[in-house]
Write a protein that binds this ligand. Structure first.
Ligand code: IMP
Ligand code: MG
Length: 172
């Protein structure tokens, strides 16, 4: 099964996405000059974003993957797969492709803070503030979007569409 063209309307082309990624990367590279970064990539939606942003930043950096699991819709969140490195005293950046309710990210931040990193910041390609359940603001935001569902560039609709190069709105 795949999403059909009629279900989608173009939001950002691959080239526009790359421009946003470069803008974010330049700000981060300047802010962290002389430091070493540990990126946390929540699986699976952020893999395209992390792969692109790390290649635009010329600092020593490492990427770690984490996977969260919601026990029920809107219910408790647990860690399905944790990071496998020590982050105490390190400069940590969480890379999200999109922040929606903020519930997953709030949980992840609390979890990471328990390991006492030297700093912990959040970078998101897209931010959907209208959907926020918890008061959470990313430190680096690529684009703010309205309350519409998007697919492509890692983001899925029932696991479909992650592979699309562009980002599309899913029509209702
Ligand atoms: P939150 O905990 O509600 O902020 O969940 C954010 C996660 O839900 C994101 O990292 C995405 O994986 C997924 N998500 C939120 N909005 C969208 C969307 O519009 N399209 C695809 N995935 C989304
Ligand atoms: Mg995500």
């Amino acid at each position: 099964m795949s999403l059909i063209k009629d279900d989608l309307s173009l939001y950002l082309t691959h080239e526009e996405i790359q421009n946003v990624v470069v803008e974010l990367a330049n700000r981060i590279e300047a802010d962290y000059a002389g430091k070493e970064l540990i990126w946390i990539c929540p699986l699976r939606g952020s893999i395209h974003f992390i792969a692109d942003i790390v290649r635009c930043i010329h600092l020593p950096q490492q990427v770690e993957f984490v996977q969260l699991k919601s026990l029920s819709k809107g219910g408790a969140i647990t860690i399905q797969k944790d990071i496998s490195t020590e982050i105490k005293g390190k400069h940590v950046l969480v890379a999200e492709e999109i922040i929606d309710s903020g519930r997953g990210l709030s949980f992840l931040i609390r979890h990471l803070e328990a390991s006492r990193p030297a700093s912990l910041k959040v970078v998101t390609l897209l931010d959907k503030p209208a959907r926020r359940d918890l008061p959470l603001r990313a430190d680096y935001i690529g684009r703010v979007i309205e309350d519409r569902f998007v697919v492509g560039y890692g983001m899925d609709y029932e696991e479909l569409g992650r592979n699309y190069k562009d980002i599309h709105y899913l029509k209702n």
